[in-house]
Design a protein around this ligand. Structure first.
Ligand code: ADP
Ligand code: ADP
Length: 232
């Protein structure tokens, strides 16, 4: 069974003359434990596809599945639970809470969902992301790369079915970016974590198992085990 699936998804913004088709019949299956990158020019529908898969945005027609849950069949309560408990997010801007320590930021999704921290899993994620000696630091005391690794740990701590990363290296220097990408890759190979990442960067995309290219709201090309040269 796929970790996530889009079936002939259509989505437009606006109405009448002003309507813009952001997704024009996208079908894609994301296998469990795989790391997929979504690339394409600005305005090609990458963010829309990610938001529709994650249940952050509604679709006009088609179906979106996370595991065996049909996302477009959910009502408010189900959508809230899906976003809170079953998917994880990593953003370009880190989006950490400044008054909380790294540890509190990482465990926040569990606290909000009223769930217990699995200490062994927490320790493994923190160790893998290299933050063990930074847990009591607040975001302002951390470098950009460290802040994004906190955000990665936060995304993984609830063992979500899919982690969605939107330009996760967009605000990082290449070395910090490589650390974050290395972590995402390891979380797919070692933890069987399904990852979907939107990126403009061919080097970033080359960390993925698979790259999907969008143009004008459609999938136009796909690469498996890409090299950075092939992505360009
Ligand atoms: P990308 O992430 O590849 O840059 P988007 O998914 O953001 O592309 O956008 C796809 C298309 O949908 C673009 O034409 C964009 O202008 C349009 N679009 C995206 N979000 C909105 C919105 N909230 N309102 C109106 N149009 C939007
Ligand atoms: P193989 O499975 O023999 O390696 P494929 O061409 O089917 O050959 O796939 C090559 C690689 O592309 C896979 O190992 C995986 O990394 C990636 N891939 C294939 N299908 C998917 C999928 N549905 N979701 C995510 N990644 C995929």
């Amino acid at each position: 069974e796929a970790a996530a699936r889009a079936v002939d998804v259509w989505k437009s913004y606006g109405t009448g003359e002003a309507a813009v088709t952001a997704l024009g019949g996208v079908s894609v299956e994301l296998d469990r434990g795989r790391f997929t990158a979504i690339m394409g020019p600005s305005g090609s529908g990458k963010s829309t596809l990610m938001h529709c898969l994650a249940g952050l945005d509604t679709i006009d027609s088609g179906d979106v599945w996370i595991g065996d849950t049909k996302v477009n069949g959910l009502r408010d309560k189900g959508l809230t639970e899906l976003r809170r408990d079953r998917v994880g997010f990593i953003f370009q801007q880190f989006n950490l809470l400044p008054t909380l320590t790294a540890e509190e930021n990482i465990t926040l999704p569990l606290a909000i969902g009223g769930r217990k921290v699995d200490r062994a899993w927490f320790d493994l994620v923190v160790e893998t992301v290299g933050l063990r000696d930074r847990l009591s630091h607040r975001p302002t005391q951390l470098s950009g790369g460290q802040q994004q690794r906190v955000a990665c740990a936060r995304a993984l701590v609830s063992r979500p079915q899919v982690v969605f990363a939107d330009e996760p290296t967009g605000n990082l220097d290449s070395r910090s970016g490589a650390e974050v990408l290395g972590f995402l890759r390891r979380s797919s190979t070692e933890f069987d974590q399904t990852i979907v990442m939107v990126t403009h960067d061919a080097v970033a995309a080359s960390y993925a198992d698979r790259v999907i290219f969008l143009a004008d709201g459609r999938i136009v090309r796909e690469l498996h085990h890409p090299t950075a040269d092939a992505v360009l």
